[in-house]
Design a protein around this ligand. Structure first.
Ligand code: TYD
Length: 133
């Protein structure tokens, strides 16, 4: 599986750091939705789903967390621990997020508004859908 971990350009100077996210530039789609997870409890593992069409970019803007990405044939673990790392998650990738640091703020940019019907929340259904693709 191709893991697309992009390095985001930081426009830092002596005042501090600044990273800009622009649709169809360093974010490879039109941004329809942004959400973020924070105050995630210790030992919480979440996600446990794939999307039929949704594309996303995940950035740990503070702290760190890990992703398990699974395309149905391969599982890869990725650590996000820097606000200049953007993890691109394509559709039909099962994801689980875990090992959140206490201070972790995980921001996600998405190319569609929230739509429960785009979720695949059963792992066996996911494997079947990947096979049938
Ligand atoms: P959920 O998708 O279950 O989180 P996880 O990433 O762990 O799978 O989302 C948690 C709750 O938040 C659920 O009730 C749906 C809601 N939610 C929204 O209302 N809008 C959103 O954009 C997202 C991602 C979730």
């Amino acid at each position: 599986m191709d893991i697309k971990l992009v390095q985001l350009k930081s426009c830092g100077d002596e005042r501090g750091s600044l990273i800009a996210l622009e649709e169809q530039a360093n974010v490879p789609f039109k941004i329809k939705r942004v959400y973020y997870m924070f105050n995630t409890g210790e030992n919480v593992r979440r996600g446990y789903h794939a999307h039929k069409t949704l594309k996303q970019v995940a950035i740990a803007v503070r702290g760190s967390c890990k992703f398990l990405l699974d395309d149905g044939s391969e599982k890869i673990e990725v650590t996000l621990n820097h606000p200049a790392q953007g993890l691109i998650i394509e559709s039909f990738v099962w994801r689980e997020m875990f090992d959140f640091s206490e201070d972790c703020v995980l921001m996600v940019l998405a190319d569609q508004i929230y739509d429960e019907s785009d979720y695949v929340r059963d792992y066996n259904d996911f494997l079947k859908m990947v096979e049938e693709k």
